[in-house]
Write a protein that binds this ligand. Structure first.
Ligand code: LLP
Length: 404
């Protein structure tokens, strides 16, 4: 049974560590991972946590402790993963638009690499021939994802080697002896429909016929988590059934066994995260009341950048009379978290929680307006532990050389 993180616990954390503060529920991360594991039970499937969603070193160590592998999107994430204790064979580096020197560095660390351009693939082949296996990231030319900014597999996308260039890859294999051991796609984030994954598998099977040394097909991440009340996420169990059916068919038809890899980010950490803020100011205006909190787009940019919905809760007053509020930040920009939302009466000083903010919340935070990044707290075994201190003025000045 998942240990609970109640509103009273969140209020205690806000009072002890101050606001704004991100809180992550460790056992929720574990239960999400277990759901994946049990759905894909009896299959040859590996999960690599997409670290870009949340990279606090304690989260990485926790992810490792529950038996999950890790997917990185920069050489720095690779180094954090190594620091967190992941073995190189459990680290995957799925790159895009990076310098070849980073790929060489990843090779030196001995991690798995997915290369996403013909240009880097050619350099890799010429330098290393058949000595080091690599995966290739393909652009499957499928339009899908929660919004255009997070759709990565369509024909206008910068990500991956366009499917229509596969002949060039085959030529490179012939010319340089490249050892292609995996094919990767990541079609986008918030892929609710299992059929999108099925389409991706179809594309990969077609390509797989031309690569005899394959060990795995990597279907990327993108499982949708429910953000709005009543919304549904990806049906993981149905997805697992579909994947089993398809891969069994492939194995029987072509007498080849292929491992399945996934790179879930949001699915593992999003629902485990809460951003707790405090109401600074109430301002009545026409049809709404602005509730201005001690945070903003510098701490949670998803609503402003993607138009994403995050559930807002007044954890200080859950049963009050309902009124309409527009919850805004304190940054000198129009940083609206939620527009005209019906919430129990808010008073100045109340704690407001933004739910489902474990993924791409803190990770996309900045020091805009010279404000401090929030503290981070891990809730584990029914206890709250500080895992990142709030910034202070020293952090703002840390890398500045005061020459004047
Ligand atoms: N693998 C690759 C190669 C990716 O590019 C990503 C996400 C993932 C896996 C994990 O996707 P997920 O399971 O988290 O959907 N900042 C945006 C999401 C950007 C995702 C970038 N790539 C957001 O807040 O919605």
């Amino acid at each position: 049974m998942l240990n609970q993180l109640t509103n009273a616990d969140l209020i205690n954390i806000a009072e002890e560590f101050g606001t704004p503060v991100y809180v992550y529920h460790a056992e929720k991360i574990k239960s999400q991972f277990e759901r994946l594991q049990s759905a894909f039970d009896n299959t040859d499937t590996k999960f690599f946590y997409a670290a870009k969603a949340l990279t606090n070193i304690n989260i990485l160590r926790y992810i490792k402790s529950i038996g999950c592998n890790i997917d990185c999107s920069s050489i720095n994430e690779v180094q954090l993963a190594i620091k967190a204790g992941f073995a190189p064979q459990n680290i995957l580096y799925t790159s895009n638009s990076i310098a070849f020197s980073e790929i060489e560095a990843a090779k030196d660390f001995g991690v798995n690499i997915n290369i996403d351009s013909i240009s880097n693939l050619e350099k890799f082949g010429k330098k290393f021939g058949h000595t080091y296996p690599v995966g290739i990231r393909l652009r499957p030319n499928i339009m899908a994802g929660g919004n255009l900014k997070i759709s990565t597999g369509h024909e206008g996308s910068k990500f991956g080697i366009p499917l229509e260039h596969i002949d060039k890859v085959i030529d490179l294999v012939k010319e340089t002896g490249l050892f292609i051991h995996g094919l990767n796609i990541h079609t986008g984030s918030e892929l609710k429909d299992v059929e999108i994954f099925a389409k991706g598998i179809e594309v990969l099977f077609e390509v797989a016929k031309q690569f005899p040394e394959l060990k795995f097909l990597d279907l990327g991440g993108g499982f949708k988590v429910p953000y709005e009340p009543g919304e549904e996420g990806t049906d993981i169990e149905k997805l697992a059934e579909k994947v089993k059916e398809e891969f069994n068919w492939f194995e029987k038809t072509y007498n080849r066994h292929l491992q399945v890899w996934f790179e879930p980010g949001k699915f593992l950490v999003s629902e485990a995260g809460y951003l707790i803020t405090k109401v600074n100011v109430l301002k009545e205006s026409g049809h709404t009341i602005f509730a201005g909190v001690d945070s903003g787009l510098n701490h949670l940019i998803r609503p402003m950048f993607y138009g994403s919905y995050h559930e807002v809760q007044n954890i200080s007053n859950t049963a009050g009379e309902k009124k309409h509020y527009t919850v805004v930040g304190n940054i000198c920009e129009t940083d609206t978290f939620a527009e005209n939302r019906e919430l129990p009466e808010i008073k100045e000083g109340d704690f407001i929680a933004f739910l489902n903010t474990g993924a791409y919340g803190f990770e996309m935070a900045s020091n805009y307006n010279s404000r401090f990044k929030p503290a981070e707290v891990l809730w584990k075994d029914g206890r709250a532990v500080l895992i990142r201190k709030r910034d202070d003025l020293g952090d703002l000045l840390k890398n500045q050389l005061q020459v004047l």
